[in-house]
Every structure is written in C-alpha cells, then in structure tokens.
Design a protein around this ligand. Structure first.
Ligand code: HEC
Ligand code: HEC
Ligand code: HEC
Ligand code: HEC
Length: 134
C-alpha cells in the first residue's frame, strides 16, 4: 500500500518535470519569416504567439514528420535551432504542399474550423495575421 502511494507520488513528480521541460523547450512568440523562400514578400510579417497556443493544443497538432501517413515525430526533436522541424525544411518547391499553403492550411484552417464551431480562436482575415507594424 505504502509502496503504491510512493510510486504514485514519484510518477506525479516525474510528470510535472516533464511538462516543465516541455514548456521550456519552446519559444514564446515567433516572427515567422522565410526570406529564402518568399524572395519578394507581399505581406507584412506574421508574429505567431506560440506559447498562447499551448494552453489547448498538443505539440503534435502542428509539428509533424509523416511516415506512411502517420505522424511519427518525437517530441524530443522539438528544440530551438533544430532546422529539421522547420516547416520550410519539407514544404518547399518540390513538395506537394508549398510553404505558403502549408502555413495557411494549418493556421487559417484551424481558426476557421474552430470559428465555425463557435469556439474562441485566432484570426482568419489576412490583416489579423499579417499585421503592419507602426
Ligand atoms: C499551433 C501550432 C503549434 C503548436 C501547438 C506547437 N508549435 Fe512549435 N512551432 C509552430 C510553428 C508554426 C513554428 C515555426 C516553424 C518554422 O519557423 O518553420 C514553431 C516553432 C517551434 C520551435 C522553434 C524551432 C526553431 O526554429 O528554432 C520549437 C522549439 C517548437 N516549436 C517547439 C514546440 C513544442 C515543444 C510544442 C509543444 C509543447 C510546440 N512547439 C507546439 C507551431 C506550433
Ligand atoms: C519533416 C517534414 C515536414 C515538416 C518539418 C513539416 N511538414 Fe507538413 N507535411 C509533411 C508531409 C510529408 C505531409 C503530408 C504529405 C503532403 O501533403 O505533402 C505534410 C502535411 C501537412 C499539412 C496537411 C496537408 C493536408 O492535406 O491536410 C499541413 C497543413 C502542413 N503539413 C503544414 C506544416 C507546417 C505549418 C509545418 C511547420 C510547423 C510543417 N507542415 C512541417 C512534411 C513536413
Ligand atoms: C489547431 C488549432 C490552431 C492552429 C493550428 C493555429 N492556431 Fe492560432 N489560435 C488558436 C486558438 C484556439 C487561439 C485562441 C487562443 C486564446 O486566445 O487563448 C488562437 C489565437 C491566435 C492568434 C491571436 C492571439 C491573440 O493575441 O489574440 C494569432 C495571431 C494566431 N492564433 C496565429 C496563428 C498562426 C500564425 C498559426 C500558424 C502558424 C496558428 N495561429 C495556428 C488555434 C490554432
Ligand atoms: C492565421 C494566420 C494567417 C492568415 C489569416 C493569413 N496568413 Fe498569409 N501567411 C501566414 C504565415 C504564417 C505565412 C508565412 C510567412 C513567412 O514565412 O514569411 C504566410 C504567408 C503568406 C504569403 C507569402 C509571404 C509573402 O508575404 O509574400 C502571402 C502572399 C500571404 N500569406 C497572403 C495572405 C493573404 C492574401 C491572406 C488573406 C486571404 C492571408 N495571407 C491570411 C499566416 C496567415
């Protein structure tokens, strides 16, 4: 009995540490810019409130690496500076889904879906994400 309780407490501590580590491993806000892809930028840069999205979402809702249609990305790979996890690493001119559409489908796609369902969500209009800075 005592053993079992102790085990549960230990497990709780481990889980708490894991979630703290996960929240450290990710940036708070990201200015999304891909000048190597969008050589002639048409819209103002997008400031993406990354952390804000983590209250209700899982890392793998957005980050992925597909194998045979399954998302097999390990969360350990989600580290700052890891170029492999960057969208532009895979969504390039050779991929079926180019970078601009990849972003729009992920970002606007989710906001639109949640908006339709009447849930609190992010912007769908161009100017809601591509904000002209003063
Ligand atoms: C709502 C979508 C979304 C969720 C949820 C999300 N991310 Fe991200 N994350 C992004 C986008 C978009 C980028 C920018 C990618 C790029 O620049 O190509 C990013 C970038 C990152 C980067 C920076 C990579 C670099 O360029 O250095 C890290 C680290 C990261 N995410 C970790 C995480 C972790 C850990 C979680 C879960 C706790 C998480 N993310 C959840 C969308 C998301
Ligand atoms: C390791 C490579 C890789 C990375 C990194 C990656 N993707 Fe993908 N992504 C794919 C593959 C492969 C598919 C599925 C096949 C396809 O559509 O090309 C896919 C599918 C998608 C889809 C779904 C397409 C649909 O039909 O519904 C969206 C949206 C998307 N990616 C956006 C992003 C965004 C935004 C990022 C950055 C946060 C990102 N991807 C990072 C490889 C990647
Ligand atoms: C799977 C769903 C989902 C995806 C994917 C997603 N978002 Fe959001 N977004 C949300 C939700 C939910 C909120 C509302 C969060 C809140 O206000 O607590 C939000 C809020 C926002 C806001 C407004 C924050 C504020 O201060 O009011 C911006 C800007 C935003 N998202 C940009 C983006 C961008 C850019 C991407 C793609 C890189 C993205 N989102 C991807 C669900 C999503
Ligand atoms: C939910 C957020 C969001 C919304 C809404 C949105 N975008 Fe984007 N868009 C992005 C992100 C993120 C990128 C990638 C930015 C980058 O890498 O420079 C992007 C990239 C682009 C690009 C390519 C880069 C450039 O500036 O030339 C164009 C063009 C663009 N968007 C136009 C639009 C238009 C037009 C609308 C409205 C119909 C729109 N976007 C709505 C998030 C959004």
């Amino acid at each position: 009995m005592k053993d079992k309780i102790l085990k549960q407490i230990l497990l709780g501590v481990v889980l708490a540490l894991v979630s703290v580590a996960a929240s450290w491993a990710q940036p708070e806000t990201i200015v999304i810019k891909n000048p190597e892809v969008f050589k002639k930028v048409q819209r103002p840069a997008v400031t993406f409130p990354h952390e804000r999205h983590l209250e209700t979402l899982e890392c793998l809702d957005c980050h992925h690496r597909y194998e045979k249609g399954k998302n097999v990305l390990e969360e350990d790979a989600l580290e700052e500076g890891n170029a492999d996890i960057r969208c532009a690493n895979c969504h390039n001119q050779d991929s079926r889904l180019g970078l601009r559409h990849a972003y729009h489908r992920l970002c606007t796609g989710c906001h639109a879906k949640m908006g339709k369902a009447g849930q609190k969500t992010g912007p769908r209009m161009c100017g809601g994400c591509h904000i002209i800075s003063k």
